[in-house]
Design a protein around this ligand. Structure first.
Ligand code: NDP
Length: 271
């Protein structure tokens, strides 16, 4: 697998998404986010993942504006928060995100979490944004097979992406298979287990063997499972480190070891 930070995967509507993105959840608003995103763009990331609820969309926008990159060369994702779901309120929330980002379109807009009884109408608003060329692709996040089925039954537009927690300790194999069969690209959030398993003995052993770090092993594992992956760090050396995974190939036996570590570890609920 010859990959680089420029490598993309084609979504079900033909749009290309960079395989590695930079996540900005929990990076403090203001200069810290702007500097982190600027640094990520400088070292070659082409894809930034934010959300209204992260409170740093305007700092992401500022970094894009101040970077040397052309807008069209950067892939920007943001998300509609739970309390904004519903048809009109989603459209309104989108305009707010666009304004804070200072952009004329976003590349990918996601429903952040499934909200009971709002799945259909929120999705309808998302499809309207797509038809109005406000977004290049639409998708969902934290959706189970049932919630994906509900969405698929309600609309002739299939989500391009399902962004979920995914790493060896949360190896959601059935969801991955389901999404592959439906042409929904799975995107791995918290790919570094939010730091909770970086000292796992198997990871430490592989890091030594491949002369890489545990974080790099995890990013590479996601790529080798055909995922789009969005590690986060607020430290420059780690932002760079997490992107240096292209001279690494985890062999079959080590992949099997990593694949056997699942413990349904949902770090998103641990803070
Ligand atoms: P990650 O798995 O990316 O882990 C981030 C943590 O790992 C931080 O504590 C970071 O610390 C640390 N870290 C980063 N790089 C290294 C490294 N090389 N060595 C050691 N420690 C490291 O967790 P996230 O939950 O942030 O997930 C990534 C992104 O996914 C988010 O930023 C967000 O964009 C998205 N996301 C989406 C969700 C959704 O509901 N759709 C939910 C959660 C995340 P430090 O910053 O101090 O370097």
């Amino acid at each position: 697998m010859t990959l680089s930070l420029n490598s993309t995967v084609r979504l079900n509507n033909g749009i290309q998404i960079p395989r590695i993105g930079f996540g900005v959840y929990q990076i403090p608003a203001g200069k810290v986010t702007t500097n982190a995103v600027k640094y990520a763009l400088k070292v070659g990331y082409k894809h930034i993942d934010t959300a209204k609820i992260y409170g740093n969309e305007s700092d992401v926008g500022k970094a894009i504006e101040e970077s040397d990159q052309r807008r069209e060369d950067i892939f920007v994702t943001t998300k509609v928060w739970n309390s904004d779901q519903g048809y009109d309120s989603t459209l309104k929330a989108f305009e707010g995100s666009l304004k804070r980002l200072g952009l004329s379109y976003v590349d990918l807009y996601l429903i952040h979490w499934p909200v009971e009884k709002k799945i259909t109408e929120t999705w309808k608003a998302m499809t309207q944004l797509l038809k109005n060329d406000k977004v290049r692709a639409i998708g969902v996040s934290n959706y189970s097979v049932n919630e994906l089925n509900e969405t698929l039954q309600s609309s002739d537009i299939t989500p391009a992406i399902n962004q979920v927690g995914f790493h060896p300790f949360l190896y959601q194999k059935e969801l991955l298979e389901f999404c592959k069969n439906k042409s929904i690209q799975l995107e791995a959030y918290s790919p570094l287990t939010r730091g909770k398993r970086l000292k796992h003995p198997n990871l430490l052993e592989m890091a030594r063997k491949y002369n890489k770090t545990p974080a790099q092993i995890l990013v590479r594992w996601s790529l080798q499972h055909d995922l789009v992956v969005i590690p986060k760090s607020s430290h420059e050396e780690r932002i760079l480190e997490n992107s240096q995974v292209f001279d690494l190939n985890i062999d079959q036996s080590d992949t099997s070891v990593l694949d056997s570590l699942n413990e349904n570890l949902r770090t998103v609920f641990l803070d």
